[in-house]
Design a protein around this ligand. Structure first.
Ligand code: PLP
Length: 392
């Protein structure tokens, strides 16, 4: 066998092996599992977007390489118009925006575009694992910014050691947040932008869930802070906005040098996205409506959180994202509790420790519940958990 690159050894061990094995066993036994595991919209992409793809795919122009500098121009112009409408911030489609093959691709490649061996990233914990893993694979080091309940799961910027801030190149944020469901305020973004400007850091803000919000709440953008374009690149995605995870399309906005740097790397790695997908996404952001899916997710959230809280749990209701972040009962770890829920109630959740050491003590329940039409599977999850006689 040919030896793999040593960088692959830097990928942390997969922590869900035991849960995955229990899930496979339960399914093989024909048990009815309620899967609150993966965060992937169970509803289809709205039909008009599929129609737009069909029409764009009839145009042979879309069958060739997209040779534009930063992504299909109609796509970039549409997403920049959206950004101005949604956040009141003008971005130049030629220099301040970039097409991504999903936001994961852009996030991963930002680490590769900026991190040399020995460079430092400031990474939140718990977090989506891509920021940490790609920093490590690129040979960099990670300094952790703990996300704690007492700070509303925002990092305490004043607790970052000065030498780490001075040494770091990138500071990663993700709001609305996976896995905690927390949201950022403009005030927090103001502090984060000032911090990054003081220490000459690139703030990479992962805003993949900016459009998954409830009760009329509209999550802000870090780019709304005056002067933010000096120091911020913000990534958005169609995946959760319009149930398009499989389509692989997203975009970055912000600092022109960061956009050009990421584009330089990408232009040597990929050849953008199928232009018919870019055009369907441009149609989606101008014309499509995903409110029915959001109402369904909100209904599930209310059934699950109100139901568990009525049993004595104490779970905050997320204002955004698909995620309910629940503290485990005393005496349990996140893994032991996830195992119990699976074995005793047939309810699959993700142990918080999988997102980092500060995720210990929590489990993540996703509201993208396959097979749930109107909240009935969430209601059943609550009933099954009630039968376990657990208190949160
Ligand atoms: C926090 C966060 N960022 C980014 C992504 C990647 O989304 P995509 O690559 O589909 O845009 C995900 C996916 O689950 C996520 O949870």
């Amino acid at each position: 066998m040919i030896a793999r690159a040593r960088r692959l050894e830097k990928i942390p061990p997969y922590l869900f092996g035991e849960i995955a094995a229990l899930k496979a066993k339960a399914l093989a036994e024909g048990r009815d599992l309620i899967d609150l595991g993966i965060g992937d919209p169970d509803q289809p992409t709205p039909a008009p977007i599929i129609q737009a793809l069909f029409e764009a795919a009839q145009n042979p122009e879309t069958h060739r390489y997209d040779e534009s500098p930063a992504g299909d121009p109609p796509f970039l112009e549409a997403v920049c118009r959206w950004f101005a409408r949604r956040f009141g911030v003008e971005v130049d489609p030629k220099t301040e925006a970039l097409l991504l093959i999903g936001s994961k691709e852009g996030l991963a490649h930002l680490a590769w575009a900026y991190i040399d061996p020995g460079d430092l990233s400031l990474v939140p914990d718990p977090a989506y694992t891509v920021y940490r893993v790609n920093t490590l694979m690129a040979g960099g080091d990670v300094a952790t910014m703990p996300l704690k309940a007492e700070n509303n799961f925002l990092p305490d910027l004043t607790a970052i050691p000065t030498d780490a801030a001075k040494r770091a190149k990138l500071l990663w944020l993700n709001y609305p947040n996976n896995p905690t469901g927390a949201v950022a305020t403009l005030e927090f973004y103001r502090d984060a932008v000032a911090f990054c400007r003081d220490y000459n850091l690139l703030l990479v803000n992962d805003a993949a869930y900016s459009e998954v919000a409830f009760d009329g709440f509209q999550p802000p953008s870090a780019l709304q802070i005056p002067g933010a374009k000096e120091t911020v690149i913000e990534l958005h995605s169609f995946s959760k906005m319009f149930n398009m995870t499989g389509w692989r399309i997203g975009m970055a906005f912000g600092n022109p040098d960061a956009i050009a740097t990421l584009n330089k790397l990408k232009s040597n790695l990929d050849s953008k996205q199928f232009a018919a997908i870019s055009r369907a996404a441009a149609y989606a952001i101008e014309h499509a409506d995903n409110r029915p899916t959001l109402s369904l997710i909100q209904r599930r959230r209310d059934i699950l959180v109100d139901g568990l809280n009525a049993l004595g749990w104490n779970i905050p209701k997320p204002k955004a994202t698909f995620y309910v972040w629940a503290a485990v009962p005393e005496g349990e770890t996140s893994i032991s509790f996830a195992k119990r829920l699976l074995e005793e109630a047939g309810v699959l959740v993700i142990p918080g420790v999988g997102y980092g050491e500060y995720g210990e003590g929590y489990v993540r329940m996703s509201l993208t519940v396959a097979g749930d039409r109107n909240g009935e599977r969430c209601a059943e999850a609550v009933e099954r958990i009630a039968k376990m006689g657990l208190r949160g």
